[in-house]
Design a protein around this ligand. Sequence first.
Ligand SMILES: [Fe+2]
Ligand SMILES: [Fe+2]
Length: 284
Amino acid sequence: MLIAQITDTHVQLPGGLLDRNYDTAGHLERAVHHLNALTPQPAVVLLTGDTVDAGAPDEYGRLREILSPLQAPLYVIPGNHDDREALRHAFGDAGYLPPTGFLQYTVEDWPLRLIALDTLIPGEHGGRLCDTRLQWLAATLAQARERPTVIFMHHPPFRTGLTVMDDMGFDGAQDLALLVKANPQVRQIICGHIHRPIVSSFGGTVISVCPSTAQQAALDLRPAPHLAVVMEPAAVALLWWDAAADAVVYHLSQIAERPAHVLFDGTQWLMDNPLPPGFHSPGR
Ligand SMILES: [Fe+2]
Ligand SMILES: [Fe+2]
């Protein structure tokens, strides 16, 4: 089983600031093309929040249009740039979103159980898991303690070292860590929000942050708050479930056309294979 994650697509209406500066819509088109070209295909694609930039219904219309060629089933959760009700309305026809309340749900069709969390605080940039959301998670985890599980949520509940992003805050991180520790079936938690690739440990499991499909945050671990955008390679995260090893293996697949120099074609080694057109070794 293969799970794909994309995040922080920040789609705007044509001519908006992010649309002009970072071409978020064009980047998402390339991400959809990249996902559709994967072999094998992912069982699901998880879009982990900041799906649009201002939470406006028209933005969701453009988002859905760009996502419509996607072949694998799509599951969406909100980020701080989303509007809970507008997102529910935009994706309600797929049937997995609850009709009221927080946008938390499970996907039960696959060997890995998937649990979606809603960390949105309307009008704020930080994240929160309040008692209601944590109690739902506790009850949901208790339903299937024997099933290997992946949790997906927008805000990372740990400090990343990027001061400006960390200062947005996360309420409920300690309670979440205790809950995860008491449920070792959680094999990994995957997040977005930071616009960088990050991996850490949390509550006795692995936690990761996927880069945005468009603009990235420059790596800056100085304690003084400073934030810059850099167009480092966009990527999708791929979680490959190795059932025999009981392990989630985490890959980042960069969204970039790069010619490949084949070294083994399935039958023989081809070390003398000529480089394909456009292939450049570092330093050349
Ligand atoms: Fe974002
Ligand atoms: Fe965010």
